[in-house]
Design a protein around this ligand. Sequence first.
Ligand code: ZN
Length: 321
Amino acid sequence: MPEDCVVGVDLGGTKLLAAAVSADLGVHHRALRSVADANQAELVELCIDAVEEARAAAPGQVRALGFGIPCLIDQETGMAVMAVNLPIHDLRFRDVMRERLGLPVFVDNDANVAAWGEFRFGAGKGSTDMLLLTVGTGIGGGIVIGGKLFRGAHGFAAEVGHIIVEPGGPLCGCGNLGCWEQVASGRAIDRLGRAAAREHPEARFVELAGGDPERVTGPAVTAAAKEGDALATGILAEVGRRLGEGLAGLVNVLDPDVVVIGGGAVDAGDLLLEPARAAFGDSVEAPNHRPAVPVLAAALGNDAGAVGAADLAFLAVGSPA
Ligand SMILES: [Zn+2]
């Protein structure tokens, strides 16, 4: 009898991964698409195209589809209400995918499905209460409480990147000024890198960015820091500090047994995470009167969202791994 499979999809701000996943949560095929500059209609077609590729390559019959997308999701209707970092709004996502692909569809926020993947099979395995942050272009959050994903009353919970931590600060994609994701994510590394480059056009990361201070981005800063450049290391330390301070506030609220950090900024590794851990330790309430909460790098890498979405799709159709 052919093995049951699902397709798990992780839609990010710049790329899309559709993975053919078997019941043991093994990934058998990865269909990748760039979604940079795509509009809403094009994003729908890219999702369908990648799912069809993964479905055709699956080692058994695909029974359901699981999606993680960077939007506020109405869990009752499956509507993608709005997204800060992609041009999606008021899209009947679950209905459209079910109609076009003819399979049961599970859809959730991208950070929620990544949290579920890390909780079940990655750095959060064995915990009961876990906070996941995806630190990339912005900061996404996923919260597991008592072994279950916490979605709130409307499915909109864990939007941790949009807590205002710097009133009057940089403009956020959500319309507010000074959201946490503007001072503690890849965007902050971009911005601080460009500011430093204007003052220090001789900096190593300006050279790595092709010589133009205005073209400095986070990856150039990270690459220079990995070479030991002090200016770049200082920028990552500053962003890490803001990350750790925010994290302390969230740990005060949630009291998780582990915090997992995923997303593209994890490429900077301990250059970002060590300053974050130090600031977290200094800022969390009563650090000497609570068990240490480890702040770990995500273990599943780029597969976390697709695997988490796949597992949730299996659970939704009654065939858990
Ligand atoms: Zn915001």
